[in-house]
Design a binder for this molecule. Structure first.
Ligand code: COD
Ligand code: ATP
Length: 340
């Protein structure tokens, strides 16, 4: 039995480009999710990831492809939000979201000619869009991630039928890493306790938005058991990358001279070894989505500061290196980076 309502699907698919500030709530949430994905992809420089400089550790990707992929996901996100509108999470809803998630993966593969640009992002953003739609506007982010976790913990009966050995399944079997499923099932602890606090602390310290976002990405990298990294480099590479990211934060983040040097080393290592921290990128996009969709007042949790994340940023206000050396939109990479 199909869990997708064809009438609603046709309506959503024929929608014009969603508007961020007007129109049905499902469309607005979808538009915020797409925008968060595009902003994450465009943020530069990011270690190992697709950014304005190129594909990073992904020779088959570039920014244009990421943008096309993100745009292609809008209709599926809107359908997820429609499906969740003020509903309590139950097995029927989980099954429908699973079908929409797989359908989004197909839309992504069609848009990219078969490249996995956003599989993990569909999972994270799909759950966050869905959970946001369940609650009224202004619901605190902590409650939204809790609901997202509840949805993620409901087994999808259809999954076994579609099961193929994914990178995540192998990382679980080989190394016991719970990956994207674990992060979601636990209510996105890395997003709530690392990414959002590092964003907030960096901004409060006077950093521009690009520095704040790159610091937040590094904050996730330092702790996340990212199966994207483990699948390419094994658990030793994952731990080494986490350590290098923690060193960047301990040096005051990417806006200090020593922090930027350590960041450059991390960036070089990830490119050289073809390692990509895709899970951290997904969580940064998830945080950008929540900030917009839930609204700044709803990001009320100060859990990060209470747990001492303030310390890991150290003294992030000293402008240094090319990351800090510009105003306007987007962080410019070091001259010559594009050809590396
Ligand atoms: C759960 C998913 C991600 C598959 O899990 P699995 O671990 O097998 O995935 P796979 O290794 O192929 O991809 C994982 C991706 O998640 C990201 N990721 C990796 N580790 C982590 C982590 N610790 N935390 C967050 N994200 C992570 C990376 O981008 C990585 O590429 C998902 O694709 C899925 O089950 N889709 C089915 C459709 C569905 O149920 N959707 C729900 C509606 S939103
Ligand atoms: N800016 C980004 N650059 C690269 N990956 C990103 C970016 N943002 C998010 N991601 C996430 O990283 C994941 C890339 O996954 P992964 O590297 O495992 O791809 P793959 O092509 O399946 O792997 P492989 O090429 O090793 O077989 C995507 O699913 C996506 O969710």
């Amino acid at each position: 039995m199909s869990v997708v309502d064809p009438a609603r699907e046709t309506t959503a698919l024929s929608r014009s480009a969603p508007n961020l500030d007007a129109g049905p709530r499902a469309d607005r949430l979808a538009a915020h999710a797409v925008r968060a994905l595009i902003e994450e992809a465009a943020l530069t420089p990011k270690p190992g990831l697709v950014d304005r400089r190129g594909g990073g550790a992904h020779p088959d990707m570039d920014l244009h492809l990421m943008e096309r992929s993100a745009e292609a996901l809008g209709p599926a996100f809107a359908l997820m939000a429609d499906a969740c509108d003020s509903r309590a999470p139950d097995e029927a809803l989980r099954r429908r979201l699973g079908a929409l998630g797989r359908r989004a993966e197909e839309d992504m593969l069609t848009a990219t000619g078969g490249v996995n640009t956003h599989r993990g992002a569909i999972w994270a953003l799909g759950l966050l869009v869905s959970a946001t739609a369940i609650h009224p506007d202004g619901t605190p982010a902590a409650e939204i991630v809790g609901t997202a976790g509840r949805i993620a913990r409901i087994p999808d009966p259809a999954v076994a039928r579609y099961a193929v050995p994914t990178h995540g399944a192998r990382a679980l079997a080989r190394y016991g890493l719970r990956g994207a499923r674990g992060e979601a099932a636990d209510g996105f602890p890395t997003l709530v306790s690392r990414v959002l606090p590092v964003l907030r602390i960096s901004r409060a310290a006077g950093l521009d938005e690009e520095h704040a976002r790159i610091n937040a990405l590094i904050g996730a990298l330092a702790v996340l058991d990212d199966t994207c990294l483990a699948h390419r480099g094994g658990v030793a590479a994952l731990r080494e990358v986490q350590r290098m990211a923690a060193d960047v934060l301990e040096a005051g983040g990417t806006s200090t001279t020593s922090g930027y040097e350590l960041f450059t080393r991390l960036d070089d290592t990830l490119r050289r070894d073809r390692l990509s921290p895709g899970g951290s990128a997904d969580l940064l996009a998830g945080a950008l989505f929540l900030e917009r969709a839930a609204g700044p007042d709803a990001i009320a949790s100060r859990a990060g500061e209470e747990r001492g994340e303030m310390d890991v940023i150290g003294d992030p206000v000293r402008p240094a290196g090319p990351v800090a050396a510009r105003g306007g939109s987007g962080v410019r990479a070091r001259p010559g980076d594009a050809s590396r």
